[in-house]
Design a protein around this ligand. Structure first.
Ligand SMILES: [Zn+2]
Length: 580
């Protein structure tokens, strides 16, 4: 068994994919969830437990656990192997044939970020870090939180960091590509982050891929400086603290979304494990999907002064469009979440989150505060604010429910509001993806499954199928062909082996055959399938014979036609007897 096979057999694809997708068991051997590769409302992403592969019946993505990790984490083949091997404590072969240039560069960038992290953390403890420590103290952060979040300090030049990179053998080109080092026109290098409090930014699997740096001197601009995009850091993919928070988010089925690094750290330190930060910019679709893989419920807790600002507004729109349930947590006295936790304690903050209003009620309240709801114009103004937002709810039933509730809440005539929304619903024309149809006959599907899953029937099924003249008429002929070839070569007859020998269209066919229904089959079912195959084989032979008879008659070969007719009569007799 080579390393890839060994890895795949020791890794459970359901638990690996389960870290990214909320999977629900949908059969003895299948799990289903919302596809992480396209936007969907009802699940068509399926994972097969026994054969260890996934397939989406809407967008068509499919593959094994390695491919999944490659696509989801943006890794090369080698990196995906490594990441899985690490997660499951499997030793990688020493000299590996899988390393390529891309993964070498990314490996170097990750190592440089580790080194930078060491450097920044050490700086924070040194004399040079005094101003940074003072800022941390002013913000009321405990040493444990500083440690937990790996806070650091970038000194005034970055020379020590560059020296460290040189000592560890990183090339200048790699340093530039890390985004941590800049190059002046005269060719000399400088640290990109200078005199800043440093926040390491991790990807979802917990590797440092970038930094955020907060200016400590009032004259330094910008206040927050982030790593530029690099081969390992794609801003639109990353949410601050998600790698730590995701487990709690899933457990509590809710995420608290805050704006800044300090908010995330302060709220976590107050005892809330389910906090992630957008870091000041509006969320991207990828980020929302990253959240959605873990929960559908989000409590938005942006700074009060920016709650109405564009970024927050756009983030909320995107969350709604992705079908998230959005609540808005409001904090009094104009405090940031971390300041609030410091001042009022975690219990009070917990009630703020607990009592967070549904987004629409929050908008309604804000509108009501501005407009006089006793007047007709006031009501119209408020509706104008609410209606376009409610329309963004993608689920029609939920949209109607919210509209109905809001009309009641605002004291507006319900029938009027509902009528408006009913029209909007019709315009949207929501459609559901059709259930995948299986182009295989039930008997060929059954036999295919028997060959792939049940060694005891494999030989019998294969030899019977091989004799069939009608095999060429079956959709699965190339799949069986691959199985014959493997069996002849004495190879392992696993899903992977067969799958690897198929073209895309047949791979799809095979995946559908295995995923459409459960594959646990009984002796009786296999016998029945073989019998049904036998009948269609006999029928096929009879129709072939008939064709040859008329061909012979046409070309005047009467004796040949007579002989074939006798043969046909024999076959028909056998068929009649079998039916009795
Ligand atoms: Zn999909």
């Amino acid at each position: 068994m080579d390393f890839v096979e060994q890895l795949k057999s020791s890794v459970d694809i359901v638990s690996v994919i389960g870290e990214y997708v909320r999977l629900r068991r949908s059969g003895a051997q299948r799990y289903m969830g919302l596809c992480p590769f396209h936007n969907e409302k009802s699940p068509s992403f399926t994972v097969h437990v026994v054969h260890q592969f996934y397939k989406c019946f809407s967008c068509g993505v499919h593959g094994d656990v390695i491919k999944f990790v490659m696509e989801k984490d943006g890794l090369s083949f080698y990196e995906a192997l490594k990441s899985l091997a690490e997660r499951y404590g499997i030793a990688m072969p020493k000299r590996s044939q899988y390393a390529d240039e891309d993964s070498k560069l990314r490996g170097a960038l990750l190592a440089m970020h580790e080194a930078a992290q060491e450097n920044f953390a050490a700086n924070l403890k040194s004399q040079a870090g005094e101003a940074a420590r003072a800022y941390i103290a002013k913000r009321g952060l405990a040493p444990e939180a500083v440690e937990h979040f790996g806070l650091g300090y970038s000194d005034r030049t970055g020379r020590a960091l560059i020296r460290l990179f040189e000592q560890r053998g990183f090339a200048v080109a790699q340093m530039e590509q890390s985004g941590l080092v800049g190059k002046r026109q005269d060719g000399s290098l400088y640290g990109r982050f200078r005199n800043r409090l440093m926040f390491p930014i991790h990807n979802e699997s917990g590797k440092i891929i970038g930094f955020g740096g907060r200016a400590l001197a009032a004259e330094d601009e910008p206040k927050y400086l982030n790593s530029p995009e690099t081969d390992i850091y794609k801003k639109s993919y990353v949410l601050y603290n998600l790698h730590r928070a995701k487990e709690t988010v899933r457990k509590e089925d809710r995420v608290i979304l805050v704006e800044g690094y300090m908010d995330a750290i302060g709220v976590t330190a107050a005892g809330f494990g389910n906090v992630v930060a957008s870091c000041g910019t509006a969320l991207t679709e990828t980020q929302v999907k990253a959240i959605k893989r873990h929960t559908h419920r989000v409590a938005v807790n942006f700074d009060p002064d920016t709650a109405g600002a564009n970024a927050a507004e756009r983030s909320i729109d995107l969350l709604l469009a992705e079908g998230m349930q959005v609540r808005i947590a409001e904090l009094e006295d104009g405090l940031d979440p971390d300041e609030y936790c410091n001042k009022h304690g975690s219990e009070v903050y917990a009630t703020r989150i607990e009592n967070a209003k549904g987004y629409f009620y929050w908008v309604a309240d804000r509108a009501r505060a501005k407009h006089d709801m006793r007047t007709g114009e006031g009501k119209v103004e408020v509706l104008k604010l609410l209606v376009p937002r409610v329309q963004k709810i993608s689920d029609p039933l939920e949209r109607m429910t919210v509209a109905n509730d809001l009309a009641g809440y605002m004291g507006v005539d319900k029938s009027l509001v509902l009528d408006y929304f009913r029209k909007a619903v019709n315009q949207r024309q929501d459609r559901k993806p059709a259930a995948p149809k299986n182009p295989l006959r039930p008997d060929e599907r059954m036999l295919l499954i028997a060959v792939l899953t049940e060694p005891e029937w494999r030989e019998e099924v294969l030899s019977r199928m091989k004799e069939m003249e009608a095999l060429g008429t079956l959709e699965s002929r190339r799949i069986f062909g691959a199985a014959f070839a493997l069996a002849e070569a004495g190879g392992r007859l696993s899903f992977d082996e067969v799958n690897a020998r198929l073209a895309e269209a047949d791979q799809n066919l095979l995946a559908q055959a295995l995923l459409n229904e459960d594959c646990e089959i009984t002796r009786e079912e296999v016998t029945a399938a073989l019998e049904s195959m036998r009948r269609s084989e006999a029928q096929y032979r009879r129709s072939q014979l008939k064709a040859r008879i008329s061909e012979s008659e046409r070309s005047g070969k009467i004796e040949e036609a007579m002989r074939l007719t006798l043969e046909l009569q024999g076959l028909e007799r056998t068929a009649r007897e079998a039916r009795r």
